[in-house]
Write a protein that binds this ligand. Structure first.
Ligand code: ZN
Ligand code: ZN
Length: 734
């Protein structure tokens, strides 16, 4: 039966004569009084049987109370309500309306319409309590045609002047994006209170018409806190934080007291705009008004502090909570990930796993990037298994994309591919994650092949896709293809190149030694090159021994990033490569005078689900003695295999012996040594380094993979290296 045909109003409709007994005496009946304390459906069934025993079930009043509890109360149960409902011979208005209301609150609100049709067919006339819930259902189900039919009924039954019905109509149209109709209903009526204004304002806000919303707001005769909240939330959600915060201050000036929703919106605006000062003031307000233990507000505060970078205050608030909910965990874990404190994010997630709280998709989306960053493959796999077990039909495709990214960044590109192949339907983000993964792993041709498949499937690449495509070309040394894609991006796809695209191109040209072309590109950029671009060009100058350009590029870099010791080291390496030791010495003095330290290299490795981090010459690990023993063994085996240390890349030292010492203690060496002693023979060793791997460690690792018969997968700042049988997947081009 189609809804539209059945929505014709039956001609035999008549108002039921109110023949129910007077209700008053029943109000205080002990069985019904129990309902107000009822907390569970089991409890309710007991009350129900008591009601039957006492014969109360013969009154519509008692039944309506029962139905109301089951249909509306959060600890109720709509199907139980329906079973009671079905047993009632001639349900009255109140009971019909309650069932409609129950559906409007349920996850299938559109079924409220079926109930309404049955109500009409059984000859019960709808009243002013029926329509608000029906309209709410239509809004929730985005059912505009049904909403319009209900509007017709409202007019036929002459209820358009009822305040609640009127506001519900505006709300239904506004929420379904029918602003014209919402406005029409609004304009037709002579009474305009803050509620009807706010319903319309919310519609404008959800369409992004904030300035129209603002105009309406100014017309409200007497504004209530809800109308202020609508505006503040609207500004906050549209990233217009200044205005959100200004509204918050203004509402206090006109003596409207903020409520929980106001404060949550304001804190979210502070979080997103990094307004720690105002955030602190909101916190004082919360404390002064005795709201310091309101969980929703504390969660919002934790979120605000962590997004503003004050993780320790956020953590203190989190630790101080007597009762935590899922949101508390999510904001704290998300805060750590947001601030790149990945280790802390993982540690807190472990704590959550030991608590009674179960993670949801938001938690997993925050923890996956932490796994990806640290190379925590075991935990990543656990999350994958968890998703498989708990999300049978996963609608959140971001989770799949997060898994692809995690597997790719943890070095397991096959697993990433497997997930990618299983995603149906694919999204642009999932294509991007897979192409980027292949590029990172140096599989340039694979990445480009996937790119053309993507186009065949009808997906339009965006600027993120092209960053991956160009970096694939750069890692693979595919100069001609890189040029073609760069031009195609601009001409065929109308994408204006951003810094990262230029970065990839300049990197590609520089590595190939095409310095004139690289310089031309730098000159013709619409924006100023950043440190990364100069840095990659300087790296290319080192590889090709281009001193003249190297000096120029270094001077640009020194100006842009005076604290970047890495630039000085690179220039010094260029001089060292040419045997210009005087220049090397000058740079060393400069570095010492400025008291600059090179960003310390740091490598992490996950063993038995625990992430271990190593710095250069690190002796803090509990198994340090064994690690250094292994390191000595590796060194002598390397020497026997004919490995010669290339010391030209080292800066600070004069003593050759010491130089060799620190070289073999680079953080990745320590991590590999630890991996060798703590995993079974033949196990793949996966490490993640924060800097680019040095030439020495690269050739040493190649040999180690052969000597110990281990596959070593290393991620450095730029890409992956798969070391196997004495060679590396990057073909020494990185
Ligand atoms: Zn090294
Ligand atoms: Zn390599």
């Amino acid at each position: 039966m189609s809804l539209s045909s059945s929505l014709a109003i039956p001609s035999n409709l008549h108002v039921l004569s109110a023949s129910d007994p007077p209700y008053k005496p029943l109000h205080n009946h002990p069985s019904l009084a129990l309902l107000s304390k009822c907390k569970s459906i089991e409890n309710l069934k007991q009350i129900h049987s008591q009601i039957i025993k006492t014969g109360l079930h013969n009154t519509q009043f008692a039944l309506s109370k029962l139905v109301e509890f089951c249909a509306v109360n959060p600890s109720g149960n709509l199907s139980y309500a329906l079973s009671i409902f079905d047993s009632i011979e001639e349900p009255n208005h109140i009971i019909w309306n309650t069932i409609i209301r129950g559906y409007s609150l349920s996850s299938s609100p559109i079924l409220a319409m079926d109930v309404y049709i049955h109500m009409l067919l059984s000859g019960v006339e709808p009243n002013s309590y029926t329509f608000p819930f029906l309209l709410k259902s239509c809004a929730k189900a985005t059912a505009t045609p049904e909403g319009k039919q209900i509007h017709g009924h409202v007019l036929k039954f002459g209820l358009e002047c009822d305040v609640y019905v009127h506001t519900s109509l505006i709300n239904m149209y506004a929420q379904n994006g029918e602003l014209g109709n919402a406005r029409l209903v609004f304009d037709k009526s002579s009474f305009r209170d803050a509620v009807s204004f706010t319903a319309l304002i919310s519609g404008y806000i959800s369409k992004g018409y904030l300035d129209d919303a603002r105009q309406l707001f100014d017309e409200i005769p007497i504004r209530d806190v809800v109308s202020w909240n609508a505006m503040i939330a609207g500004y906050a959600q549209s990233s217009r934080f200044e205005e959100a915060l200004a509204f918050f201050q203004e509402m206090q000036i006109v003596n409207v007291r903020p409520d929980e929703s106001t404060l949550v919106s304001v804190l979210s605006a502070c979080a997103q705009s990094g307004s720690l000062d105002l955030g602190n003031r909101v916190r004082s307000w919360i404390d002064d008004h005795g709201l310091g233990s309101n969980l929703r507000l504390v969660n919002a505060l934790i979120d605000m502090y962590s997004k503003c970078g004050d993780l320790s205050t956020a953590r203190r608030l989190f630790d101080g909570l007597h009762r935590r909910d899922l949101i508390s965990w999510n904001v704290m874990i998300g805060g750590y990930t947001h601030m790149s404190s990945y280790k802390e994010a993982l540690a807190l997630f472990r704590q959550m796993q030991q608590s009674s709280d179960e993670p949801n998709d938001v938690t997993l989306l925050s923890i996956l990037p932490a796994c990806a960053h640290l190379g925590a493959l075991d935990l990543g796999k656990w999350i994958h298994a968890y998703i498989d077990k708990n999300y049978h039909n996963l609608h959140n495709t971001s989770l799949w994309t997060g898994l692809i990214d995690m597997y790719a960044k943890c070095g397991n590109i096959e697993a990433a591919r497997h997930i990618f192949n299983g995603i149906e339907p694919k999204t642009l983000a999932s294509w991007n994650a897979m192409i980027s993964g292949l590029a990172m792993h140096g599989n340039a041709l694979g990445a480009l092949k996937l790119f053309s498949e993507m186009a065949i499937e009808g997906f339009k690449p965006d600027d993120i896709t092209f960053v991956s495509v160009l970096s694939a070309c750069s890692h693979g040394g595919l100069v001609d293809l890189g040029r073609q894609y760069f031009i195609s991006m601009i001409q065929d796809y109308n994408i204006i190149p951003k810094l990262q695209h230029y970065g990839c191109m300049i990197d590609l040209l520089g590595r190939a030694g095409l310095f004139d072309e690289a310089k031309d590109l730098v000159k013709n950029m619409e924006m100023k090159p950043d440190g990364a671009i100069w840095g990659s060009l300087l790296g290319a100058c080192r590889v090709h021994g281009n001193i003249e350009l190297g000096e120029y590029v270094a001077s640009q870099l020194f100006e842009l990033e005076p604290e970047n010791a890495g630039a000085y080291v690179l220039l010094s390496n260029i001089y060292a490569g040419a045997g210009r030791w005087e220049n090397v010495a000058t740079i060393r003095t400069m570095l010492n005078d400025k008291g600059m330290k090179k960003l310390p290299g740091c490598t992490s490795i996950e063993v038995n689900s625990v992430v271990h981090e190593f710095l250069v010459s690190d002796e803090t690990h509990p198994q340090s003695d064994d690690i250094y023993k292994m390191l000595d063994e590796i060194d002598s085996l390397l020497e026997m295999a004919g490995h010669v240390c290339d010391t030209s890349e080292v800066l600070y030292d004069i003593d050759e012996k010491w130089k060799e010492g620190t070289l073999s203690q680079h953080s990745e060496r320590l991590a590999i040594a630890f991996g060798l002693i703590s995993t079974k023979p033949g196990t793949t060793i996966r490490i993640v380094k924060n800097l680019r791997v040095c030439g020495n460690c690269h050739s040493a690792t190649k040999l180690i993979s052969k000597i110990f018969n281990r596959e070593i997968i290393a991620r450095d700042r730029n890409r992956f290296h798969h070391f196997k049988d004495g060679s590396c997947s990057c073909m020494d081009y990185w």
